[in-house]
Design a protein around this ligand. Sequence first.
Ligand code: FES
Length: 351
Amino acid sequence: MPSDFHKLQIAGIIQETHDTRSYILAVPESLRKEFRYRAGQFLTFEVPWEGMQLRRCYSLSSAPGIDPWPKVTVKRVDDGRVSNWFNDSVRVGDSILVQPPEGRFSMRSNEGDHGIVLFGGGSGVTPVLSILKSALRTTERDVKLIYANRDERSIIFKDEIDLWLAEFPKRLEAIHHLDSDSGFMSVADVQEHIRGWEDAEFFVCGPTGYMDTVEEAFKASDIDAVQTKFERFISPIDADRKDESAVVVPEQSDDEIPEPFKMLLESQSHDVPYEKGLTLLASAIKAGHKPPSSCEDGYCGCCMALLKSGKVNMANHDALEPSDIERGWVLPCQARPSSQEPIEIDFDAEY
Ligand code: FES
């Protein structure tokens, strides 16, 4: 079972642009601890839509200790069920079902004074703005934001970014790229923007094409994958559309069932019994543990863990980059053992 949903009240709505609004959430005293978050994390919402309950994740655009309340920002999407529901139906004072914050798209703790380079495309600026604010206020690190938009009127948080530039003129640099003026950002553009920042920590969030371009530029510029983090939000498949896109998971044969597997969770090592057919996450939950999880569908990435030994098959790994998989990251909500080799997974590993 994913963590519980809680009812939170919408304390305020900000019309950011013609098609984007921010929603400020009031967190009661009794839930403050559960709703503590790190800059760059996201919230999962469950909303009513034509007789169904649909789930979506939205990044926090607020930053802890800087903005008084958590805030998410939602842009309309053509035919987007939940994004349009938010923009059309949610009013101040409404209550909404929300899971506590999750996600690993946040600053590493051991980066010293290395710079931070943030790539945001359209509403993908949301988690990178959160990181920008937190980095400027809580560290001494220099920050560069490269923010791409279709046109001038699509720029979300333009005024807020200007205010941060005014407060930190020596530590913050912001580059606005408008497709209407110069076409889509190219690999060469990205390489130019990161020149001189090669030892920085990089964060990328935006539409798929934009993220692919940035990733290609990182490779061309020899940026180590360890320095980069990508946040891809893939919508879950709603219940009424599930049949159209069923994923075929290879059957496990009996000689693929390992002994209990080792799991490191919150600095404790556990031996978790494994039963044929279950995922690693389901096994851990069945054994009474509470590893992080949200969608349990392979799209949010919040259950990510490092596979230290053994082999698994994943039904879906949309939330992972190929470089994540190469480095051993798995989605335990999707992972089933595919050999008898002993398995060890680490939920505490730093991404
Ligand atoms: S819980 Fe969402 S990817 Fe595993």
